[in-house]
Each structure stands twice: as C-alpha cells, then as structure tokens.
Design a protein around this ligand. Structure first.
Ligand SMILES: [Zn+2]
Length: 191
C-alpha cells in the first residue's frame, strides 16, 4: 500500500507512552497527548478515594530544538522530563533502542515523526538517508532575480558544497563592492 495514502485514510492509532502508562499516549502520526487524570482527590470516612477535580487530557504542542527535532515535556509524580517525540514514537510502537543504534528519519525531515518515517538504525545508515535525501533534492531553477541556475552560473558554497549562489548576482555584488571601495579611496585622496 502507498505510504502517504495509508496516512490519510487510516485512523490515528494511539498507544500508551512507555513509562507513562495512564498519563500520556503517543500516536502513529507522531502526536502526543495527556490523558484525563485526577487533579484533587479526597478520602471518604469509609476510606474510599473520590475525585474532586480532573485534569482534562489534551494534545501537547511540541517545541523544536535547534536541529528541528520536536520535543515535549512529560510529568509524572510532580517531576517533568523532556523527550524527543521521535523517541517516544519508536519506544512505544517498536521497542527500546537497540545498543549502538539511533533514531533515523527516512525522509530526513526532523519534525516528520510519523511511525512509518522512523526506525532504529545505525549511525551509518542515518548518514545514508541524509545523502540520499539531499542528493535527490532539486536545486532552485532560478535565482531570486530570475537568472537561470544551471551550469557555470551556479556557485557551490557552504558546508559540503550543497548551498548554491547565482554567479551573475554575485558579480553585480562584487562590482558594487569594488565601486564603493574605489569611491572611498578617491574621497580619501581628495581630502
Ligand atoms: Zn541571479
């Protein structure tokens, strides 16, 4: 079955977060929610526990870390702990991370935490995802000034030469820079 199609038609599947059973659930789409739980309880004279007020369950809004990975804060017994969402998805749906492995995103999109996009894998296989996904990415066909971004006009720069710049635009910038330099030099000579 086509992966994308299954995501859109299938019902979102929720299971307990390992270690937080009864408190939080995680879904195969990478969402995390808290469950309705007692806020205040009291004991009756017969020793029976009755609930006065409840915490309503809600879907958590994850925040992104500097690498774009999503994280949520879970609390238990008054203590909060931050978890990366992809870890919660894999640990709950697949199982604990095997020794020497890490979480890999197949499509390399750090906030795509759908179960089918995640797996435990080696660091080497994670690097393979990165190369595959970046090599396949089409570079922009035109720069912001409408010059065609092909062949000699493309300057490769940045880390691993993956960023691109337009040579025609760069040339205009270089000329502008040289002109300013010349002018300030002339102004200096006149003074
Ligand atoms: Zn350009």
């Amino acid at each position: 079955m086509d992966i994308n199609q299954s995501t859109h038609t299938a019902e979102e599947r929720w299971i307990p977060v390992v270690g937080y059973e009864g408190l939080y659930e995680v879904s195969d789409r990478g969402n995390v929610r808290s469950l309705k739980r007692p806020r205040k309880t009291y004991l009756t004279q017969h020793g029976k526990e009755l609930v006065l007020t409840w915490f309503e369950g809600r879907t958590l809004s994850p925040s992104a870390d500097k690498d774009g990975y999503l994280k949520v804060s879970l609390s238990k017994n008054g203590k909060s702990k931050v978890f990366r969402v992809h870890r919660l998805v894999l640990e709950s749906f697949v199982g604990a991370c095997p020794d020497g492995m890490e979480c890999c995103h197949w499509n390399d999109v750090p906030d795509d935490n759908r179960l089918e996009n995640l797996r435990w894998g080696t660091s080497a296989s994670n690097g393979k995802d990165k190369r595959r996904n970046h090599d396949g990415k089409p570079s922009p066909a035109f720069c912001q000034n409408g010059h065609e971004m092909t062949g000699y006009n493309v300057i490769r720069c940045g880390e691993e030469k993956r960023a691109t710049r337009c040579r025609l635009c760069e040339r205009v910038r270089w000329r502008e820079k040289a002109r300013r330099k010349r002018e300030s030099f002339q102004a200096l000579n006149r003074a």
